[in-house]
Write a protein that binds this ligand. Structure first.
Ligand SMILES: Nc1ncnc2c1ncn2[C@@H]1O[C@H](COP(=O)(O)OP(=O)(O)OP(=O)(O)O)[C@@H](O)[C@H]1O
Ligand code: SF4
Ligand SMILES: [Mg+2]
Length: 330
């Protein structure tokens, strides 16, 4: 009998709206994340992709409760840390150690006035870890070595490092508190292509060494397909498809995911030449005033009247393969 895998994170109908003023005395909401449900198994990497502005960062930060959710439920390692229906809003301090974030732009996320040792050490101090002077210094050296830097780097400032090294410092800071779960928000998109794979490989090695669980956010499917066990696709705040990486890349079933996949270059140049790229009509609509029903209906070649009126729910169409599309229900 196969053992049930442990779900480290379970998110149910998570919604995040940002209130904004829409002219004189008028208030409106940016509907950045719309009722997203997913779970992440312990030790896996879940990739999250979608166009700019579709809500990936907002989802990642709301899961960590760096943004307060508008509604929904978040269960982390069996503890309900947020449940709008039951009025649960847990104190996050004990979870901050376990749930960390790696940022897209390493230079902007590192305080230029602090040395690398101070940046990494600050994370230790906040949680009262390694309080002795020597053990603190040893721990900082150990962390820097773990991310491919060395102990002499502790006395230098962030601007003395390359983009890739700065991202390594950001990763050392996240690792300092011994987390279980890390939201990696486009951790390589600001880096030179030549060093992107080094950072991805390091994140994979760390995952195996320490047993980390990742939510790995990227624009680009070609980045996440190699690192992720499963991939979720977002469109305008909604999760439209979720499946095992191979399955999603080989057999996408949602019209939007099919479009995204058609833009990913194939390794075989011959196949690439003959492949048809699906081009979408129109721009991505505004999350301030998203389309009714299925949010993709204004650009979907298969849209029907029903699609304009009723938002499709994410349903399991084959084992582990979820999608939200009326067409698939017939
Ligand atoms: N603090 C905020 N206040 C108001 N609107 C916001 C805020 N943060 C994000 N948004 C809006 O929410 C939507 C989702 O933004 P988000 O940054 O989550 O997208 P993303 O998928 O991460 O995009 P990118 O790929 O460009 O990083 C966008 O329309 C954005 O303008
Ligand atoms: S629900 Fe309708 S509009 Fe939305 S993706 Fe499916 S067919 Fe297209
Ligand atoms: Mg983002």
């Amino acid at each position: 009998m196969s053992e049930e895998r442990k779900k480290l994170l379970e998110v149910t109908k998570l919604r995040k709206y940002f209130p904004v003023s829409a002219g004189f005395m008028k208030k409106s909401n940016v509907q950045a994340v719309q009722d997203v449900s997913l779970y992440i198994y312990e030790g896996e990497t879940l990739g999250l992709v979608g166009e700019s502005g579709c809500g990936k960062t907002t989802f990642g930060r709301t899961v960590l409760r760096l943004y307060e959710p508008t509604s929904g439920k978040i269960v982390y390692d069996g503890d309900t840390i947020y449940d709008s229906e039951k009025g649960v809003s847990a104190n996050m301090l004990p979870y901050r150690r376990k749930m960390q974030l790696i940022f897209q732009d390493p230079s902007a996320s590192l305080d230029p006035r602090m040395t690398v040792g101070e940046i990494v050490g600050e994370a230790l101090d906040i949680h009262g870890l390694y309080p002795g002077k020597q053990e603190r210094a040893d721990r900082i050296s150990e962390l820097l070595t773990q991310v491919g830097l060395n102990s002499e780097h502790a006395n230098r400032f962030p601007h003395e490092f390359s983009g890739g090294q700065q991202q390594r410092i950001g990763i050392a800071r996240a690792l300092a508190v011994e987390p279980q779960f890390i939201v990696c928000d486009e951790p390589i998109s600001a880096l030179d292509v030549s060093i992107q794979s080094q950072v991805v490989n390091m994140l994979e090695d760390l995952q195996h060494e320490i047993g980390l669980t990742y939510l790995f956010i990227a624009h680009d499917l070609s980045v996440v397909r190699h690192i992720s066990n499963r991939i979720g696709v977002m469109y305008l705040g909604c999760l439209v498809e979720l499946a095992e990486s191979y399955e999603l890349c080989a057999h996408p079933i949602h019209p939007y995911a099919q479009t995204l996949l058609s833009a990913v270059p194939l390794t075989d140049p011959e196949k690439n030449r003959h492949r048809q790229r699906i081009l979408l009509q129109g721009d991505i609509p505004s999350p301030l005033n998203p389309p009714s029903g299925c949010r993709f209906h204004t650009r979907c070649p298969y849209a029907t009247e029903r699609c304009k009126e009723v938002m499709p729910e994410l349903k399991e169409h084959s084992p582990g393969h979820y999608a939200a599309c009326h067409m698939l229900e017939n």
